[in-house]
Design a protein around this ligand. Structure first.
Ligand code: THU
Length: 159
């Protein structure tokens, strides 16, 4: 049997200051979204163990498959700029014409795969905050979001 361990946060006063500021950065990143095709803005913020926050937003393209999700924009930049710094947390938020969605946005499968590999090279689990105005879902390990995931280094156990 597979059980999913997650925390639902309705009262944001329960969040620590660093969590609030990570989520605020993800919301700010919505401004940079280039989403003329879907009109769905997504913002992501990655907190590294050295305290740096890298943000990203979805970047679409007229040749549709060429676009990239907010999570991967942020993670790939973090990986490129700080290749050896572990990830502590990732926050993701989305908005449409009515503003930030009330239900938390949930990362797509391709982003989960990328999140997983960065967790593996980080050497330890990191937390994911899926943010909506009605509630925040917090998950403390990417493996929870992507059970039985593909890995090209499957002989290496995760800590
Ligand atoms: N999108 C993200 O940026 N992150 C997600 O987790 C889901 C989807 C983007 C891709 C596309 O630009 C738009 O949202 C609509 O699918």
């Amino acid at each position: 049997m597979l059980t999913i361990d997650y925390t639902e946060i309705v009262d944001t006063n329960q969040l620590q200051d660093w969590e609030k500021s990570l989520i605020a950065q993800a919301k700010m990143a919505l401004e940079g979204s280039y989403s003329p095709y879907s009109h769905f803005r997504v913002g992501a913020a990655v907190l590294l163990e050295n305290g740096t926050i890298i943000t990203g937003s979805n970047q679409e393209n007229g040749a549709y498959p060429s676009g990239l999700c907010a999570e991967r924009v942020a993670l790939f930049y973090a990986g490129a700029k700080y290749p050896n710094v572990p990830i502590k947390a990732l926050a993701v938020v989305a908005s449409n014409e009515k503003g930030i969605t009330s239900n938390p946005v949930s990362p797509c499968g391709a982003c989960r795969q990328v999140m997983m590999e960065y967790q593996m090279i980080s050497g330890k689990p990191y937390s994911i905050y899926m943010v909506g105005t009605g509630k925040i879902i917090k998950i403390d390990d990417v493996r929870i979001l992507l059970p039985f995931s593909f890995t090209n280094v499957s002989d290496v156990d995760q800590k």
